[in-house]
Ligand binder design. Sequence first.
Ligand code: GLN
Length: 535
Amino acid sequence: MAKYIFITGGVVSSLGKGITAASIGRLLINRGLNIRMLKMDPYLNVDPGTMSPYQHGEVYVTDDGAETDLDLGHYERFTGQPTSSRSNFTAGRIYWDVLRRERKGEYLGHTIQMIPHITDAIIASIRAVAEEGPDVVIAEIGGTVGDIEGLTFLEAIRQIGLEEGRENVMYVHMTYVPYLKAAGEVKTKPSQQSVAKLREIGIIPDALICRSEVPLEDDVRRKMSLFCNVPYESVIEELDVQHTIYEVPLVLSEQGLDEIIMVHFRMVRPPPKMLPWREMVETIKHPRGSIRIGVVGKYAELQDAYKSLYEAISHGGIAHQIHVEIIKISAEDIESGRARDALADVSGILVPGGFGQRGTEGKVEAIRYARENRIPFLGICLGLQCAVIEFARNACGLEGAHSTELDPKTPYPVVCLMEEQEKVVDLGATMRLGAWPCRIKPDTQSHRAYGALLISERHRHRYEVNNAYREQFAAGGLIISGQSPDGHLVEMVELADHPWFVAVQFHPELKSQPNNPHPLFRDFIGAAALHDGII
Ligand code: GLN
């Protein structure tokens, strides 16, 4: 029988619940437990696949092709365990399923209500994860306690507590303890109120994790304990970490959170084996040098839009014990000329995935700069498509070459819609999604990176390199270094005459982990460090 840890958030959003949940996952794995992570999102979109990066940040894709919340990226990076379509669901998905069943008459004439029909559907989706057989399910509820759309989720996890017995279910509430400069003290009242809201629903937290910018004095902890009805030792402080988010498991373990969990579940396990993780954090804290990588994207100002990408770049640095400073360059600023100097100031250029025309010409220009100046380059998804467009235009003389997504009237459609995409009408969950195999060409940069000839990577795209141009590309010196096993789809390209220039149709950033950096990021950062003379 699986135990459950439910993580809720109070006071404000953006507390780093996902990182905390993922850190708890890492601690329990290091205690020898088998875990599953789950994120529940109370919003009404069926999944985040159609949401704008401005609204939602990155869409994280699982091996089985689900478009999910970016917290699943934290889960995979911290725990090393793949997530799946079961690991994330929204209120929209629950309503959708319930209403479809209602239309089929499956409720036999009953009135369909929030309780029990919606709550039962939520409970069933949580239990589906427990049925995979882990020791512990760690389930995070998105949003903040007090949100109207979160109520059914809270009711569902309260009911699970009743059904399973309190010793099998643990409620962890994350809260914010603000420091008021004018008063010169931290304030516990917002936390008290958010716990009071939880208690109204019938949930009594077993532990509080307090995000704070200043250390909590003993009297503050006592106050939190007393007023929030949580044992003193279960009031855990989570200060902003100094160097890296990967310190969070260490911070929580030092305060005994994993032991508190063991005691609550009446489990006996040896202390967590933290040494390899600690060594990895030490590597991050003590780099032997630093390089600058330019990321030329559409959302330079948005931290969350390229979450996994920024993490994967830093993992590439860990592999060489170097710090990577990420320079976010807006593709539109390259077009207007404002950011041309920025390109000259980096040791490697990366063009990430994306949709739509805005910024394309800037991306193409950045790629041309990398190609002509022999700067290490990694292109991802739209980044590959832009690299092919750039090569077609400037190395093969195909003026006006483009992707039909971005210029339907282009004379040279070097990137075009995949055949099976031509009939697609709905936008949600209809791209080429999830893990697909890729066959690598021997003796290429791609082969040297992976050290394997058959790999599997995750995808999220509709457009593809147009096979009609393959011969012209080859004649110009563009190597197709990876393709689908049937040879129909171009998955990886690289330049014959360049120190390191690789572009991929898939998203390698989704599979990189700090203690297991992705080979493409490792080699890209390695090439950039070499270019910079650091290694
Ligand atoms: N817009 C491109 C496509 O749909 C690239 C997608 C991406 O970068 N994820 O093929």
